[in-house]
Structures are given as C-alpha cells and as structure tokens.
Design a binder for this molecule. Structure first.
Ligand SMILES: Cc1ncc(COP(=O)(O)O)c(C=O)c1O
Length: 493
C-alpha cells in the first residue's frame, strides 16, 4: 500500500475500499450537489454520475490525465465563478475583487514557493492559453517594447497609423523553434494547425533517428542557422528528461528567449524528482504548465517567469485571456497546497518507478518502445512495429480490454498524425489510485495480452478485431485491480 498522501483520492486500505462510504462528508456533499443540479437539468446530473461510473470501469493510462482530490474538485463548484476580475491582484478593472485578490495571491504564492520561481501568473484557463500568454509576453518585451522606445511612444495607442502597421508587420516575422510533433512536442510549439505555427516563422527540431533521443549538437547547429527569437522545450510524448541547462546555453548563444512548457511533468518538478539540469525553472526565462496532469490539480494553466517578464506575463488578461476563472484559481491554490505537502514527493517518485515497471514489463513481453524505455512518467509503445496495428486500432482494442489510452505519433510516423503507429501510456493516474510496481507489471501483461490477440481488419487503418474471450478476461483483470484500488472510495453514488 502506498504511503499516506493527504491529497490522494484512494488512501483507504484495500479491504475497506470495496464498499464506498455513503456517510462520508464527500459522499453526502456530492449527493446534495447532484440533487440540486437535477432540479435544473437532470440529464447533466446523470452525466456527472455516468462519468464517474465510466472512470471507475477503466484502467486509466492516459499520460495527461489524473484524478484531482475531492478538495480540488469541490473548490471549483462555488460562487467564486460569479465574479469578474479582469486585471491582476490589486489592479482590477472591476470593483469588489478583494476576495478574488486573496485567492489569486495565495495560488501565486504557492506556485512560486513550490517551484522556486520568481513570479507566477495563475490565470491561464488551460495549457494552450498559458503558452499563448508566454509567446505574447516575449513578443511584447522583445519586439513591442524596443519598438515603442525607438519611437518615444509610451504605449501602442501613441503610435501613428504607419508605425502601428510597421509594428504589426514586425510581430509577423518573428521566429520560434520547438520540438516537432512526431518527436513528442506539442501542437502549441509551432504546429501549423495551431496559432503558434501561424503567427511565427517556425522551425522544428526532432530526435536522433537511431536513439530517439534529443541531439543537443544538432539542435545547437539548427538554432545557429535559424536564429529563433524563442527556443521552446518541453513535450507531450517524449519518454526521457531534457537537459534544460544545455538548451538554455543554446538559447543564450543565439539570443533566443528560452521557454519551457512543463505541462506534462510539472508534478515531477513539484515532487523533486527532476532537479538540477532536469528542472526547467532555474534555467528558463518563462515556464508554462497545465495544472491538471501530473500536478493533479484542476483543469487549467499557469506561467512562471523571471522578474523581467513578470509585467508582460501579468497582462495575459486582457491581451489573450478573458476574465479569470476565480473558482478554478481557488482550486489551483488547493492543488498547489497539496503538492507542497511532503507526501507529494513520494507520489512523484512512485509515478516514475511505476512508469519504469510498466516499460520493463512491456519490453519483457516483446513490445517495442520509443527510446527503449522511460525516465519520466510516460511510455511510448510502437504498436505498428510490435503488433502490426495502427495506434488507432490499438487504442480501440485496449478500450475493449478495459484500458483507456491515447494513440500517438512515433518519430517519423508512417501512419501520420491521425492513425499513428504509437500508443502513449502514463502512470500519474494509476499512481494516484495507489497501484505500485507489481501492479504496473500486471498492467503491462494486460496490455500485451490484449494487443497480441488484436488483428487489423483488412484494408482499414481504423478497424480491428480482438478475441472477445481474451478481451473479457482482460476487462475482468482490470476490474479486479480497480476494486483493489478504487477511485474516490469516499463517494457512493
Ligand atoms: C506539453 C503540453 N502543452 C500544452 C498542452 C495544452 O494543454 P490544454 O489542453 O490544457 O490546453 C498540453 C496538453 O496536452 C501539453 O501536453
């Protein structure tokens, strides 16, 4: 049994956990809440209950998901949502923001102290928003401010039409360099379908074709040739830990602002698993994150930065964001307080130990893994090389077997970004439930057992067939694990 973790959603002993507790405060609270919701729209109350039932039925291996604590979830369901608070703490465009000021300042203080950052901005509604705020903060500081100074203008409204047109053109020719999508980067790092790819002249760095690892010499050579204004690091599907000191050196050499998107691994930074060269905070000028993945908070984002960038980042609203979501900021404060508990370090360490056990178990059973294993919270299995399936077929087959995952490109993916050749598996959620390394080895067995009896349907990259008996057996094994490590055992609906 995992060590006690105040934020963990499944801390009850396995035996007691079989029966959810109808009398717990959390259970009573959710019953009352659903009754109230049902009074206005019963279908929504039903959907909320159905989603819990679904999540309790599936073994969650989605690397970007987690289970937030009831305290985090409950903090979101309040009248803090009703308050408009555009602006920043103590500097709002609306009256009556004293309480929101307190909540936002608290969340920011937790974030700066947890991550050892100079400044935190906790308003971004999501990871995409956090990156957009960061990009525009960099453009404002490095393009707009010098332009205004050169014209003796205090702000953009002081520019004449010709100067304004020139500045708008200057924004449009800036360069950024980020990790390519198929190497594990995120679409906000310059993918053309995202605004980052449309607003920047963009170049992508990949990984070494033989090892699947970042090649810092190659990145440096590319950066010297391309000369980006912004060098972005961070990933969604890279199973290793980038060296942020080396990347900062590259950025400094070419005059780029170094930005890291730690959306996926913020929990590992918070928990002290990633330190020194592997911790982005001391090395990057701007760090963005989501709060809902390994950090185990509410759905949302945040930005950390050096003092130089703070005044620009703080203008995220109204520059990019609408009014802040005070109820979600409150939940961020709760989650960040939980992540500051000493037990969170144990949680973060177990995420990585579990990912390693999962990777070892998959490798032993003949699955090909990108980079040959993992050093962080995720594993990228090449299901085309291992089982002759597309990622889409494997994802669907695993769902039938009781395991929820998501398909993902592998480097230089022959099946493209829709069908893909990979499956991404992560351990933050199962670690929250309390599963340990021996259970993750069993999960590896369930995954490989299911995929070995799955065949592609002729001529289709989407359709598959899985042996129904084996799928049922896998589902039973998942159900057994989930009965031993139940989700929200305090809640009986
Ligand atoms: C590295 C990275 N950045 C940003 C995001 C975007 O986060 P959100 O979905 O909250 O906008 C993700 C989400 O998958 C991500 O993996």
């Amino acid at each position: 049994m995992a060590e006690t973790d105040t934020a963990q959603v499944s801390t009850v002993p396995a035996a007691a956990a079989h029966g959810a507790d109808a009398t717990s405060a959390v259970s009573v609270g959710y019953h009352a809440m659903l009754d109230v919701i049902a009074g206005s729209e019963p279908a929504v109350a039903r959907a909320i209950a159905d989603e819990l039932a679904n999540q309790r039925r599936q073994l969650k291996l989605i690397a970007s998901e987690n289970y937030a604590s009831p305290a985090v979830l409950m903090a979101m369901g309040t009248w803090l949502s009703d308050k408009y608070a555009e602006g920043t703490v103590g500097h709002r465009f609306y009256a009556g923001c004293e309480v929101v000021d307190q909540v936002e300042a608290l969340a920011a203080r937790h974030a700066t102290e947890l991550f050892g950052a100079d400044h935190a901005y906790v308003q971004p509604h999501s990871g995409i928003d956090a990156n957009l705020v960061a990009y525009w903060a960099i453009l404002a500081r490095r393009v707009e401010r010098p332009f205004l100074d050169s014209r003796g203008a205090k702000n953009v409204d002081a520019l004449d039409p010709a100067a304004w047109e020139q500045l708008r053109r200057d924004f449009g020719v800036q360069r950024m360099m980020g990790m390519s999508l198929d190497a594990g980067g995120h679409l906000t790092h310059g993918f053309r379908a995202n605004i980052s790819g449309k607003m920047f002249d963009q170049a992508s760095y990949g990984t070494d074709p033989d090892t699947g690892l970042l090649d810092y010499d190659a990145i440096a050579a590319q950066a010297r040739a391309f000369k980006p204004l912004i060098l972005v690091a961070g990933y969604s599907a890279y199973p290793r830990n980038p060296n942020f000191r080396l990347l900062r050196e590259i950025a400094d050499e070419v005059g780029a602002t170094f930005m890291v998107d730690m959306a996926h691994f913020a929990g590992l930074v918070a928990g002290g698993v990633l330190t020194g060269d592997l911790n982005p905070v001391p090395h990057a000028e701007i760090v963005t994150s989501t709060t809902h993945k390994s950090l185990r908070g509410p759905r949302g984002g945040l930005v950390l930065c050096t003092p130089d960038y703070a005044p620009y980042v703080d203008r995220g609203c109204p520059l990019v964001l609408g009014g802040p979501l005070p109820h979600v900021i409150a939940a961020k404060a709760v989650a960040l307080a939980e992540a500051r508990q000493p037990t969170f370090a144990g949680y973060a360490a177990r995420i990585v130990a579990n990912a390693r056990a999962l990777a070892d178990g998959l490798l032993r059973r003949g699955t090909h893994l990108v980079t040959g294993g993992t050093d962080n919270h995720l594993v990228l299995a090449d299901v085309t090389a291992s089982f002759g399936l597309t990622g889409r077929q494997a994802e669907a087959a695993l769902l039938e077997a009781g395991v929820v995952t998501n398909r993902n490109s592998v480097p230089r993916d022959p099946n493209g970004a829709w069908y893909t050749s990979g499956i991404r598996l992560g351990t933050p959620a199962l670690t929250t439930l309390g599963l340990g390394t021996s259970e993750l080895d069993e999960v590896a067995d369930i995954v490989t057992t299911a995929l070995k009896v799955t065949t592609p349907q002729a001529g289709s990259k989407a359709k598959h067939m899985i042996d129904p008996g084996v799928a049922a057996d896998c589902r039973a094994r998942c159900a057994d694990l989930l009965a031993r490590y139940p989700l929200y055992p305090q809640i009986q609906l």
